[in-house]
Design a protein around this ligand. Structure first.
Ligand code: MN3
Length: 203
């Protein structure tokens, strides 16, 4: 017998992030897209159930050790599972607009200012060609903004992601249509900096 990965419930109501992210998008995104990634990750690992003893984060970090015949599936579906689980956590309905404390200091040290960081992050999100993610990660004790294609995770590069934005069309197209940049701008209204600061502390 083996355990299997479970899609965590959304930590707020589907409509909690309105008007910035609409309830229908959140429902489809969580209940259909995220659930499908988790289900397909479990199906891929069934052949090698010993991997169920690891956390999904450990699996992505150790992706090169995953048997080759399921590695692409684990990369896509495991990435999809973990990326979305983190994404729900870094958003909140009553979000404060800025980080503080150690994270703010680190942002100012590594990017010059919070505003310069925002420009860099928006640029990564807007210029990711096709489907993917924009990230704020910790690597070698420094913060960096990066982007990945598809469901690739910075964990696989041994980076520790602390803030992320899904720029797949399924994340915004119902409300924002082709205007990805408006979705990216709106994202700042729902960033849960308390959660991001907690991830920074443990990174
Ligand atoms: Mn998504």
């Amino acid at each position: 017998m083996s355990k299997s990965f479970v899609t965590p419930p959304l930590p707020y109501a589907y409509n909690a992030l309105e008007p910035y992210i609409d309830a229908e998008t959140m429902k489809l995104h969580h209940d259909k897209h995220h659930v499908a990634y988790t289900t397909k990750l479990n199906a891929a690992l069934e052949k090698y159930p010993a991997w169920f003893d690891k956390s999904a984060e450990e699996i992505l970090t150790d992706l090169v050790k995953i048997p080759e015949d399921i590695r692409a599936q684990v990369r896509n579906f495991g990435g999809g599972h973990v990326n979305h689980a983190m994404f729900w956590e870094v958003m909140a309905p009553d979000a404060v607009g800025k980080p503080s404390g150690e994270l703010l200091k680190a942002i100012e040290k590594d990017f010059g200012s919070f505003e310069e960081f925002q420009i860099k992050f928006e640029d990564a999100a807007n210029t990711q060609f096709g489907s993917g993610w924009a990230w704020l990660s910790v690597a070698d004790g420094k913060l960096l903004v990066e982007k990945t294609a598809n469901q690739d995770s910075p964990l696989t590069l041994s980076h520790r992601p602390i803030l992320m934005l899904d720029v797949w069309e399924h994340a915004y197209y119902l409300k924002y249509r082709n205007m990805r940049q408006d979705y990216v701008k709106a994202f700042w209204n729902v960033v849960n900096w308390q959660a991001v600061m907690a991830k920074f502390k443990s990174a």
